[in-house]
Design a protein around this ligand. Structure first.
Ligand SMILES: N[C@@H](CCC(=O)N[C@@H](CS)C(=O)NCC(=O)O)C(=O)O
Length: 228
């Protein structure tokens, strides 16, 4: 059975959404990143980047939420756009846009806004600005069409949902009115039974809740190691 290494964080949750949507049987294996389980040799043999999500599907190992979504969609033939070069171009462009822009800027915005030991105005504003700019681009796209690739719900929508549903954590509680079209998509996906199950998956396991010094030591290692 497919093994799914996960936590309740945004990147694993998009993969959980796909697995639930498609109805593939899987074994959910919790990786408690606040306890440092991402750094065990067993896990870094699966994902050398020491982050969740990752999957092991028979003799195939895939890490990175975007790579996993594409792998599973191609394997099952589900939640992909039409088989045309044009649609594939759009699929890859928007998947990479989420992978290289939405995800990293949102993650850094959350870090500097909620977790950095110092409140650095410059860093908070830079990452919030870029996260907001990326969400604005998604919102503009969704102003003219139902889903990211047109009329069909695809892995790009799942990829977008993973981070966009956390916009208040990324940009603050007052941010939603800036993205009404994106909110419409997030609300629609969040109401799907697969999304409800995906979000609840973390509650079946007892993940560490506190971000204490032990958690910071394994998640924010730069605090304890001067590089430059
Ligand atoms: N590009 C990767 C990023 C993965 C990632 O940042 N995962 C976070 C959770 S959302 C994590 O494992 N954090 C623990 C750590 O950094 O130690 C993906 O999309 O899967």
């Amino acid at each position: 059975m497919l093994k799914f290494y996960f936590s309740g964080a945004p990147n694993p949750t998009k993969v959980a959404l796909f697995l639930e949507e498609v109805g593939l049987p899987y074994e959910a294996i919790p990786v408690d990143t606040r306890k440092g389980e991402q750094h065990t040799p067993e896990f870094t043999a699966i994902n050398p980047n020491a982050k969740v999500p990752a999957i092991v599907d028979g003799d195939v190992t895939v890490f990175d939420s975007n790579a996993i979504l594409l792998y599973l969609a191609e394997k099952t033939g589900k939640f992909l756009p039409a088989k045309t070069d044009r649609a594939r171009g759009e699929l890859l462009s928007w998947l990479m846009f989420v992978a290289t822009g939405v995800g990293p800027y949102s993650g850094q915005s959350v870090h500097f806004r909620h977790y950095a030991p110092e409140k650095l105005e410059y860093a908070i504003n830079r990452y919030a600005f870029e996260a907001q700019r990326h969400f604005g681009i998604l919102n503009a796209r969704l102003a003219g069409q139902k889903y990211m690739l047109g009329d069909t719900y695809t892995i790009v929508d799942m990829d977008v949902w993973g981070w966009a549903r956390l916009i208040p954590t990324v940009l603050g509680d007052a941010a939603w009115p800036k993205f009404p079209h994106l909110k419409r998509l997030v609300d629609e996906i969040s109401a799907r039974p697969a999304a409800v199950t995906a979000v609840a998956l973390k509650d079946k396991h007892k993940f560490k809740a506190e971000v204490d010094d032990d958690a910071r030591r394994v998640m924010f290692r730069h605090i304890f190691e001067k590089v430059a």
